[in-house]
Write a protein that binds this ligand. Structure first.
Ligand code: ATP
Ligand code: ATP
Ligand code: MG
Ligand code: MG
Length: 872
């Protein structure tokens, strides 16, 4: 077997719209193509022995044991690998269960698709599954536990922490989109202008000054004390000379802690002698010169969580500990405690495994113990100095038992410090009585408090505290999404995207749009290049200034990693025509239809799909779509349009020289085609298509027809507004057009336009592209022969596996089929020289056309020649 490639899909994709997180592995089974599982001796037995839990996989029989039945009956290795990849992820604590294995057009090569929770784990699972299958085939030993543990470790390394994760989960539940902004915990909720960022439990609203105050324990205590909040009596010292003074003023027992420490580092508690006090000072001073010394308070550690000035949860926290039984050693007691099924690796379960570290040994040492000591029965031996869950501590939810007066204190504290998400550490006998009654005190206030103790307490009710964060960040009525119009199709995507963006902008929106030329915000190009994939879509959705997105969405990105957005408001398919067939497992128009339909299937239920009624593939997508559909057509009598409008549907047609919206029986004439510059006086049918698609999308969004009309009038096909699309440059004696047509339908569109152009001598400068099938190149030659009097074939630089001779040969073959005596020549000049050359061929009245990417930077070059002529 050979893995040909592994792709990570992150958005709606050809396999599924709702299952966005998929691994797609292209796998060549090689000799195994002829060996299903029933033909491999002992395969089933070995599989069952290594992965008995796969019994639960129902597979197509739909019952437990279903997958094993398939293995016994005989199934292909790709299918088995899919199930292994799912199972090992599940064993590593990441529940997965969706998979598909499909053959490709290449015999023996399959696409194995399965879902993941963490993408790096998914990639690992793909590779491991192939290794495991191979070991099962060969009957060799396999260390499965090693893979499972590695996958757990990768997950802990890459996944969002539990607090961040809980907020993201709540956002998903509320249908608020999110984007992870780095490989730590920085996350964006919402899109564009409506975004809010947070990191762990700090939000973009968290006051920086409040965080500063909270991280300075002295400052915090002073501010609280001034507002009559009970705190432990104490002072801050910065040398051993002050120890005696502290003892006198505060009195034993004492606690020493570094002024700006955390996680319990450098703390000594219950200090009772002068000698210990000096040692405790020195211990703390190693972390910060200033040391807080305060009265030791007896009681339990509580954490009260206040969000948006409301108390939302309270927990009692106990550091990791074991209870002596009089016979077991400390180590044995720890080992026994770790067998508790609630304890897991990292944050995988409610509790974390207890590990022995320096802190543990120090604590034991203070008691005069080692790991080999046997504590008496009933004695509690603490193993960590802090109650953090991540070091094995436990938590008990006490939210419902907090005395109203303590709630009053807690909410007031969050205001005094100024934190929107505020964790208050309290030392007290309990929280059921007011703090002053029990002598309880506030020890410190934490910014960015962890949520796990509340979300998954070891005892008591879990609290959905993330819900309160979202209530604060997105109060009722505040939107989280900006409108998204996604445009796909074989031809006309960029032009349609630009025209829609132009209409949107004229409606006083701040539009961000992506095209195969680059990414734009309003009129400014932010990034140049073919930016039609998910990363470019995210670029716009991350822009905090944008309030409307129009996204050209090409097949490349959909196939590579899925859409860059989870759903859109309007999806447009301009057409589905032949282009780039034979690449990436897309062999015919049916395959292409499956790819383009992803955009329509991602439209929200009450959104709209805008489809070309003149294109049967689009019509097929329309029939199956879940969202509302609107069609456009060059012919108002197109039967699809007739039927659609009879049922009250919305459509856009070209009738009697008008671009007209049909709404049931109503006709709304938007504008005369001759007044729409993009249609070249109505002579370019494909531009009329693009205008109809854009008009319909804008109308469905709710823009007024008057406003759409003005936008259609002001959108000029020019190097500025539609670079490379039908840009015509006037010279004194001739005209020069640059157009990006690069497939048969594009060529035919240009041919249609040229048939309206009055010129005695039409010259074409053309080139093929390497990644085309032989007959596609011939076809381009045929169409070119029909529209030009003379053809200049340029040696193409983007050969992609072909030779120049082969490409030129195929194109001339096509030309000669149509016109055996076609006048043509082949040139091999630089970009500038080629343009200069065709200009040299011009006679008075000539019309020169360069098509496709025949000349890189053609616009700039032609403009230079135009300036030269003007200067003469
Ligand atoms: P963390 O970051 O884990 O919250 P920290 O380093 O910020 O810890 P504190 O929260 O001030 O330090 O103290 C850590 C623990 O030490 C407390 O949870 C408590 O158990 C104990 N402690 C601190 N001060 C006192 C005190 N005055 N009396 C009794 N115990 C105390
Ligand atoms: P690409 O896949 O290269 O990004 P695109 O779909 O974005 O192309 P445009 O850039 O708008 O398409 O147009 C490219 C060329 O295709 C145009 O220059 C024109 O020749 C032709 N074309 C534009 N619109 C259509 C259409 N609706 N139908 C057929 N051909 C079109
Ligand atoms: Mg603390
Ligand atoms: Mg494009």
């Amino acid at each position: 077997m050979k893995i040909e490639n592994i792709q990570v899909l992150r958005g709606p994709n050809i396999w599924s719209i709702s299952r966005r997180k998929l691994i797609q592995m292209r796998l060549d089974l090689q000799e195994l193509e002829h060996k299903p599982t029933n033909k491999i001796d002992g395969f089933y037995e070995r599989l069952k022995a290594l992965l008995p839990s796969m019994y639960d996989h129902r597979c197509s029989p739909g019952v437990p044991g279903g997958f094993f039945e398939r293995v016994i009956a005989g199934t292909w290795m790709g299918h088995v690998i899919e199930h292994i990849a799912l199972e090992i992820q599940t064993l590593a604590g990441m529940n997965t269960g969706f998979g598909r294995t499909r053959e490709t057009k290449t015999p023996g090569v399959y696409n194995v698709v399965f879902n993941y929770v963490e993408e790096k784990v998914g990639i690992y699972a793909a590779e491991a599954a192939v290794r495991i299958a191979q070991a099962l085939i060969d009957g060799t030993e396999y260390d499965l536990e090693h893979d499972v543990q590695t996958m757990r470790e990768i997950r802990e390394d890459t996944r969002l922490g539990p607090s961040t994760g809980s907020i993201v989960d709540e956002a998903i539940a509320r249908n608020i989109p999110w984007i992870r902004l780095n490989n730590q915990s920085l996350v964006q909720l919402g899109y564009g202008k409506y975004q809010v960022r947070f990191r762990a439990t700090m939000t973009e609203q968290t006051s920086s000054i409040a965080v500063d105050i909270a991280s300075n324990k002295e400052e915090t205590k002073r501010l609280l004390q001034e507002q009559a909040i009970p705190v432990a009596k104490g002072m801050t010292i910065s040398s051993t000379d002050q120890v005696d003074e502290v003892i006198k003023r505060v009195g034993f027992p004492l606690v020493f802690k570094p002024l700006d420490g955390n996680h319990g580092r450098g703390i000594s508690i219950n200090v009772k002698t002068r000698e210990d006090a000096i040692a405790a000072y020195e211990h703390a001073a190693r972390i910060s010169r200033k040391v807080i010394v305060e009265r030791y308070i007896t009681g339990y550690d509580f954490r009260v969580l206040v969000i948006d000035n409301k108390m939302v949860a309270a927990a009692m926290r106990v550091p990791a500990h074991v209870k002596g039984d009089g016979v077991s050693t400390v180590q044995q007691l720890i080992d026994k405690e770790n067998t508790d099924p609630r304890r897991g690796y990292g944050h995988e379960k409610v509790l974390t495994l207890i590990s022995v570290d320096r802190d543990t040994l120090d604590l034991l040492d203070k008691k005069g113990y080692t790991l080999e000591s046997v504590p008496p029965e009933g004695e509690t031996v603490f193993l960590k100095s802090t109650a953090n869950l991540s070091t094995g501590g436990t938590s008990i939810d006490v939210t419902d038992h907090v005395h109203p007066q303590n709630i009053f204190y807690a909410e007031r504290i969050s205001k005094i410090i100024g934190l929107d998400i505020c964790g208050i550490d309290i030392m007290a006998e309990n929280l059921t009585e007011p703090l002053p009654d029990t002598g309880g005190v506030v020890l410190e206030v934490n910014a960015a408090p962890g949520f796990r103790m509340h979300v998954a307490p070891s005892e008591g009710l879990p609290r959905n505290v993330a819900g309160h964060v979202l209530d604060m960040l997105y109060p009722p009525g505040k939107p989280s999404r900006i409108p998204i119009i996604a445009v796909t199709g074989t031809n006309g995507k960029t032009t349609t995207t630009r025209l829609i963006a132009h209409i949107v902008k004229n409606n006083r929106k701040r539009v961000g749009y992506t095209t195969s030329d680059g990414i734009y915000v309003q009129n400014t190009m932010m990034l140049k290049g073919d930016t039609t994939g998910p990363v470019s879509a995210e670029f716009i959705l991350k822009d905090p200034t944008v309030d409307f997105a129009v996204l050209e969405t090409a097949r490349g990105g959909i196939l590579r990693s899925g859409l860059g957005f989870t759903r859109c408001d309007i999806g447009v398919i301009t057409n589905i025509q032949e282009d780039h067939l034979g690449l990436a497992d897309i062999h015919d128009l049916d395959d292409l239809t499956r790819v383009k339909s992803v955009v329509i299937n991602s439209v929200k239920k009450d959104g709209w799909g805008v489809l070309n009624a003149d294109n049967p593939y689009c019509v097929r997508i329309g029939k199956r779509a879940d969202c509302n559909i609107a069609y456009f057509s060059r012919d108002e009598n197109n039967p699809v349009i007739k039927e659609h409008c009879k049922n009250g549907g919305v459509a856009c047609v070209h009738e009697n020289g008008f671009i007209t919206i049909l709404k049931g029986d109503w006709k709304i004439r938007v504008q005369k085609t001759i007044a729409i510059p993009l249609t070249f006086g109505g002579t370019v049918p494909f531009m009329i298509d693009n205008v109809m698609a854009a008009t319909l999308a804008a109308f469905l969004w709710g823009f007024k027809t008057e406003d759409i009309r003005i936008s259609l009038e002001t959108f000029i096909p020019s190097a500025a507004q539609t670079p490379g699309r039908m840009n015509i440059f006037d010279f004194k004696e001739f005209r020069f057009m640059i157009d990006f047509a690069h497939n048969p339908d594009g060529y035919n569109g240009v041919r249609e336009f040229l048939s309206h152009v009055d010129s005695p001598y039409k010259i074409g400068l053309i080139a093929g592209t390497g990644d085309r099938r032989d007959d596609d190149l011939r076809e381009l030659g045929r169409i070119a022969a029909r529209m030009f009097d003379h053809i200049v074939l340029r040696q193409e630089n983007h050969l992609r596996g072909r030779t120049k001779e082969n490409m030129i040969g195929l194109m001339t073959e096509g030309m000669k089929e149509v016109k055996p005596d076609m006048s043509y020549e082949v040139i091999d000049y630089s970009n500038v020289k080629s343009i200069e050359y065709v200009i040299g061929l011009a006679k008075p009245g000539s019309f020169i056309t360069t098509l496709s990417d025949a000349v890189d930077g053609a616009i700039g070059i032609v403009q230079t020649f135009q300036e030269k002529e003007r200067d003469q």
